[in-house]
Design a protein around this ligand. Structure first.
Ligand code: ADP
Ligand code: TRP
Length: 350
């Protein structure tokens, strides 16, 4: 039997190159060798209060982007999280075995809670702020239990492999912990412990164009798969660099290293080498490097963009895909939920 692979992306906007190289591209490469399920996490998106009017169109966007990037719905199961109500029920059940403390210590929770409370400093005692806050600002319980919901997404399908970017590893670690805890508390062997998945190498971190850390929606430094050619070229040409190397073999600054990293993902190895050599002997012209980079990114994104636009308007196709996906996802989910209820002692009288 093939191993089960599951992954999802929150429905919070369009997909960017970080999502593509960190997640989507791996999904496409895995679909032939594993029993794959890929979903759109609309319930997780609710933790940060999206505009109800845009949530549905965001789900639709990501669905079209999954298909446009090459996920084949007859090969992999594609579904929307909220179409599988078993997930919500198991989320309630699993929460009985999750500690408030361990959730509060999760890095992503602390980050988002800080944002929701408007706290700038990393040093401030956010636990006190969360508990003692009398104002209108509050941190919602859904945000706290985000890792429980993610663990349920994974465990309800008994997934073995979860392809995600580096930023999700802590959530995956919690999932393994919850699986072990449930198994040992009830003396069962129900849940496998899921592992991250990468084709060899370390999980990728795609940098942004602003010279700093990772490419991310909330960072405003993204190249989107749906970007028009002109917009994309402009973004790349405006990427942060430095004054250029003054001496041969100078160390490479972070903003320029970021461009090399993007190039390594999108351009041929000899092209990357050519620009690295030009940097080393001080003949590099950042304008040329950016033009080349934009060209190579466009070779990947433009065909995807065309397909997204085509698919986005094909409501019949989109409905067929998610209906078929929900059916398949619910098969295993309802089986696991039945087992969990039984193990926890919830039985029907009738
Ligand atoms: P964002 O950070 O833009 O909000 P998400 O958190 O929705 O993106 O991430 C969806 C998936 O894409 C996750 O598997 C995540 O690890 C991956 N991902 C997001 N940004 C990057 C990045 N810059 N590099 C690598 N992977 C990324
Ligand atoms: N937390 C993930 C993210 O922000 C999205 C997600 C939700 C997920 N449930 C999942 C990823 C289950 C993998 C498996 O990107």
């Amino acid at each position: 039997m093939k191993e089960v692979v599951l992954s999802g992306i929150r429905a919070t906007g369009n997909l960017h190159l970080g999502n593509y190289f960190g997640a989507l591209n791996k999904f496409v490469r895995m679909q032939n060798d594993y029993d794959c399920l890929f979903f759109i996490a609309d319930l997780h998106a609710l933790t940060t209060h999206p505009d109800p009017k845009t949530l549905h169109s965001n789900v639709k966007n990501i669905l079209a982007e999954y298909l446009a990037a090459g996920i084949d719905p007859d090969n992999a199961t594609i579904f929307v999280q909220s179409d599988v109500p078993e997930i919500s029920e198991m989320y309630l059940l699993l929460n009985m075995h999750v500690g408030i403390g361990e959730l509060m210590r999760t890095a992503s929770f602390k980050d988002k809670a800080r944002k929701q409370l408007g706290i700038k400093s990393e040093n401030e005692d956010i636990e006190k702020e969360i508990i003692g806050n009398e104002s209108n600002k509050r941190v919602n319980a859904g945000l706290l239990t985000y890792p429980t919901l993610m663990a349920v997404d994974i465990l309800i399908q008994k997934a073995n492999k979860v392809p995600v970017g580096k930023d999700q590893e802590q959530h995956l670690e919690l999932t393994r912990r919850f699986a072990r805890r449930f198994n040992s508390f009830y003396g069962v062997d129900l849940f496998p412990e899921p592992a991250n998945f990468d084709f060899g190498g370390a999980p990728v971190k795609v940098p942004g164009l602003d010279g700093s850390g990772k490419m991310g929606k909330s960072e405003g430094n993204c190249i989107y798969l749906i970007d028009e050619e002109k917009v994309l070229r402009k973004k790349v040409m405006r990427a942060v660099t430095d004054e250029g190397p003054k001496e041969p073999n100078s160390p490479v600054s972070q903003p320029v290293e970021n461009l090399f990293t993007l190039m390594a993902l999108t351009s041929a190895p000899e092209v990357v080498q050519q620009y690295r050599d030009a940097y080393a002997d001080c003949s590099i012209r950042y304008g040329d490097l950016k033009k080349q980079l934009a060209e190579d990114i466009l070779k990947i994104t433009l065909p995807i963009r065309e397909r997204i636009i085509e698919i986005q308007n094909d409501d019949a196709l989109l409905s067929r895909v998610v209906r078929q996906g929900a059916e398949k996802a619910r098969e295993r989910a309802s089986q696991t939920l039945r087992e969990v209820r039984e193990i926890m002692g919830i039985k029907k009288f009738y």
